[in-house]
Design a protein around this ligand. Structure first.
Ligand code: UDP
Length: 350
């Protein structure tokens, strides 16, 4: 297929580009490089001269989106580009709504206008388990039919955009020009590609596994656990950590199997929850470093416990996580961060 990957220079987007190229697809990555990196784009371009292009632009730039789709004759959009920090979204909600929703609508307008108004054929949206908020009793592990009630502006941006997409899909069906729409609700994505080429390089870094690895590598003196009196067995939050390569496999399966007119949502998570303390134990095991950890107040917007019920994605897409041992997920993240102490910039100084 011929795919536009928004946020293609980001952590998940770059792994998607790599996998889609490996599968023989034509890929164009679009990224404004606000938090993405040019280096993975350059590496992918040198490995796939004719099948890959990178365009530095904002996904909210409707004209560039339309022109890109038409110039490269693209039929599918994988939409990863977004601001994605729960805590930051609580501090800057308007920025999150503007970026994740207003720019998303411009992206859709750009897609809709392409090919003389007939638009693209497939849209796969990077949604989030944050759309569920704190699931009601009996809904953990979380199935797709769990009520969606986010606890953060970030979660609301993802939920609102799901609704916008569903309404867009209805419009397309009414015009007798159906689109295949898939919403992938990620749990916590972690790890990096096991060839060692791509990694997770965020500024600022706030995600648990890379923050803990930074502590293990001595890049920070210590780290904090945000909340130790949650109603969980060890008092810390529980999350489902899915390896980034497994996550992208789910996208590839969705892209290959959905038909025009399909509108569906899938949770992507391994189906097992780990507490913050269990993750820190894993990072200590993998790194062999007993770094300092402090108890800290709860972080605004955090849900208590979220892990996936993978029944639907397994039965409808045949997806199952291949990497389910947390130490393996952590090892792949650790190996890249250890080899790249300054993230992608390490390459220039090597
Ligand atoms: N967390 C923590 N200390 C940190 C970073 C994260 O205790 O330095 C906790 C956070 O409160 C949450 C879990 O780790 O319960 C996962 O957070 P992360 O930011 O990695 O992902 P999120 O679940 O917010 O998408």
């Amino acid at each position: 297929m011929r795919i536009l990957v928004t946020g293609g220079a980001g952590y998940i987007g770059s792994h998607a580009c790599q996998r889609l190229l490996k599968d023989g697809h034509r890929v164009v990555a679009l990224d404004n490089l606000f938090r993405g990196h040019r280096e993975p784009m350059d590496m992918l371009k040198s490995a796939h001269q004719t099948e890959f292009d990178f365009i530095e632009a904002d996904l909210g730039n409707q004209d560039i989106v339309t022109k890109t789709l038409e110039t490269h004759d693209l039929d599918t959009v994988m939409h990863f580009g977004a601001l994605a920090y729960v805590g930051e979204s609580v501090e800057n909600p308007l920025w999150y709504y503007r970026n994740n929703i207003s720019s998303g609508i411009s992206l859709l307008d750009g897609c809709d206008a392409a090919f003389g108004g007939s638009g693209i054929k497939r849209f796969i949206f990077s949604s989030s388990c944050a759309t569920y908020g704190d699931p009601p009793e009996g809904m953990i592990p979380v199935p797709e039919h769990c009520p969606q009630s986010p606890t953060s502006p970030y979660g609301f941006t993802k939920l609102h955009f799901e609704h916008i997409l569903k309404d867009y899909a209805i419009k397309r069906a009414m015009q007798d020009n159906p689109i295949a729409l898939t919403m992938m609700r990620y749990f916590n994505v972690a790890g990096s590609d096991r060839t060692g080429m791509l990694g997770e390089d965020h500024t600022p870094e706030t995600h648990l596994i890379p923050v803990a690895i930074d502590a293990a590598l001595g890049k920070r003196d210590s780290m904090s656990i945000f909340g130790t009196d949650y109603p969980t067995p060890d008092g810390t939050n529980i999350r489902d950590y899915v390896h980034v390569e497994d996550l992208i496999s789910a996208h590839a399966l969705a892209m290959d199997s959905t038909q025009l007119g399909d509108v569906d949502a899938f949770n992507v998570g391994i189906g097992k929850g780990y507490s913050v303390r269990e993750i820190l134990d894993s990072v200590k095991r993998v790194s062999g470093v007993d770094f300092a950890v402090h108890d800290a107040p709860k972080r605004a917007g955090d849900a208590i416990a979220l892990y996936n019920d993978p029944t639907k994605i397994k039965s409808k897409l045949g997806w199952e996580a291949q990497i389910t041992e947390i130490d393996e997920v952590v090892s792949s993240a650790f190996n890249w961060l250890k080899a790249h102490p300054n993230g992608y910039a390490s390459k220039q100084h090597a």
